[in-house]
Design a protein around this ligand. Structure first.
Ligand code: NAD
Length: 531
């Protein structure tokens, strides 16, 4: 591994930068790590490349068996992992289990089954008669060393959903966890060791932006970045300079559209959970609700009542439903958005205050109305526990407002009318749309995840995410290897005329013309004047 964990009392090697894992509910350091030295990156990549060559040479069934060992190692350590995720991020244990442990287990299980099938060479029948003498197929080859730079908010689920397919495809991985969650990052390295993966196949490098930059400088074969738009821009520029392909999973500003016929009890529960899970610090959080005017008052009232019932507290309290925010600076950002919104006429119906008696980073979930798109709250990612609700005159207005955003990660539609829901889903500019649920597609292994615009590019999860991990090679074999090709040298006016008749034979609008041209074009195929 590229970093080592020490007990807090231990000293850090001379010259090494220190990285503390901090419990956000107390502000206390719970573990201490050494940051990886940028100069070490070269050797880390050399080891990764050598491990990758051996790994890629293993039959896929061996690699699938290794993924099952990863699954089993997570299963056996789930108590320890869930405990660490909760302590380091502040999220309730229930969320650590549902959103992180299950996803990691299911990804390993899913890819152990599917990857062998997806990696099989695929015959490509040719439609064009001119190339029927050839047979082609696709081969799926590993990229080499894949780098993963992860955020803090789902410190197990996000890197594992990228690391597991990377390994399945035959790549080695260098993972940089967030500097805010080094302990969970280190656990990922330990899971790889417990699963007896080959040494150096998965290397965890600890550190912040500087180490992320060094990772890109080391020229991985592809970079998978998940994080903020601001960092995503820097990463995209750094990758472009080295022509490193990338997948960017950036921010979201997910809209929820509630039509008048929706089950308001269920929809309001979904809005409250979708907005406040992980204390609102999820890319797929519900950040904006557009609800039809006729039911807006009732829906908003239900959201307020349910929000008031939420129990705030640290993850050590098993009944706590909303934990602290990760750091005070994130909380201040949410406060700034709320202040700006209120100054422009928004009304906070509940919450929006700090709860210092619980700890420095506790903030009461807020329900806000009278919002419009002039407010930062409706345009920028909030990434905090704020549910903004805006009544609309019609479904068409809701769609227009939902699409009025630089983000396009996911969205949801709430109605009992399946046809109306499908129509709205196809009109929404989003990577995914859930009808009568929020966010849970993220846990469906077959569902692709990703956005466009400010939400990034490329896909993770599903077959599409898996295909991001491979080099697609086309291989072609000629069935008539003793015949030189018509288009080779030996050009002449006669050949040009025969080629033109060949075009007629293939593409003329009527069969009569095609048949007439066919005889005259035979000379193209059986040429004697080639050099
Ligand atoms: P962040 O951008 O601050 O950091 C993400 C990672 O990038 C960290 O590991 C950090 O050390 C690294 N980094 C920072 N600067 C870097 C640089 N210059 N070069 C290389 N690496 C650098 O994000 P965060 O606060 O950890 O996460 C929150 C953000 O992530 C939110 O915007 C959220 O929407 C987004 N997110 C997106 C998804 C998704 O799937 N689309 C999922 C989770 C989180």
């Amino acid at each position: 591994m590229g970093a080592s964990r020490t007990k807090l009392a231990d000293t850090i090697s001379p010259g090494a930068a220190r990285l503390d894992s901090i419990d956000p509910s107390t502000g206390q350091a719970i573990a201490r790590f050494e940051s990886c030295a940028p100069a070490a990156m070269l050797a880390i990549f050399e080891r990764a490349r050598s491990a990758q060559r051996e790994w890629a040479a293993q039959p896929i069934r061996e690699r699938a068996a290794a993924l099952r060992r990863v699954r089993d190692a997570i299963f056996d350590s789930r108590d320890e992992i869930a405990g660490m995720i909760s302590r380091e991020t502040g999220k309730p244990r229930v969320e650590a289990i549902f959103a992180e442990i299950i996803l990691a287990l299911d990804t390993a299980d899913f890819l152990a089954r599917r990857a062998p099938k997806w990696l099989r060479p695929e015959r490509i029948p040719h439609h064009n008669i001119a190339v029927k003498t050839k047979s082609g197929w696709l081969q799926y080859e590993p990229l080499g060393v894949v780098a993963i730079i992860s955020p803090w908010n789902y410190p197990l689920a996000i890197p594992m959903a990228q690391l597991i397919p990377a390994l399945a495809a035959g790549n080695a991985v260098v993972l940089k966890p967030s500097e805010l969650t080094p302990a969970t990052g280190a656990l990922i390295g330990e899971i790889a060791a417990r699963a007896k993966l080959p040494e150096n196949l998965v290397q965890v490098v600890q550190g912040g932006a500087e180490i992320g930059g060094a990772l890109i400088d080391a020229a991985p074969d592809k970079l998978f970045f998940t994080g903020s738009v601001e960092t995503g821009r820097k990463i995209a520029a750094a990758c472009a300079a080295k022509l490193i392909p990338s997948v960017l999973e950036l921010g979201g500003k997910d809209a929820m559209i509630v039509l008048a016929d929706a089950d308001l009890e269920i929809a309001s529960s979904a809005a409250v959970w979708g907005s406040f899970m992980n204390c609102g610090q999820a890319c797929l959080s519900v950040e904006r609700v557009y609800v039809e005017q006729s039911v807006a008052a009732r829906f908003t009232g239900l959201c307020v009542v349910k929000t008031k019932k939420l129990r705030l507290g640290p993850p050590s309290d098993p009944d706590a439903e909303v934990g602290p925010m990760i750091r005070t600076r994130q909380l201040e950002r949410v406060e700034r958005q709320l202040q700006d919104a209120v100054a422009r006429g928004a009304k906070i119906l509940t919450g929006g205050e700090r709860r210092p008696e619980l700890g420095a980073n506790f903030f009461e979930p807020a329900v806000v109305t009278a919002v419009d798109h002039s407010m930062d709250l409706m345009r920028e990612e909030t990434f905090g526990p704020v549910l903004a609700i805006r009544p609309v005159a019609s479904a068409a207005e809701a769609v227009a407002l939902a699409n009025d955003s630089p983000f396009s990660l996911s969205a949801s539609v709430w109605t009992r009318d399946a046809q109306a829901a499908r129509k709205i889903a196809s009109q929404l500019r989003a990577g995914s749309v859930m009808i009568n649920d929020v966010a849970s597609y993220y846990g469906i292994a077959e569902a692709p995840h990703g956005g466009r615009g400010a939400s990034g590019w490329g896909r993770t999860h599903s077959r599409f995410g898996f295909l991001e991990m491979v080099h697609v090679k086309y291989v072609d074999i000629d069935r008539l290897p003793r015949i030189a090709k018509s288009w080779w040298y030996g050009y002449s006016a006669e050949l040009a005329a025969a080629a033109d008749r060949f075009v007629e034979a293939l593409f003329a609008p009527s069969w009569k013309r095609r048949m007439a041209a066919l005889r005259g074009s035979c000379g193209v195929v059986f040429r004697r004047d080639r050099i």
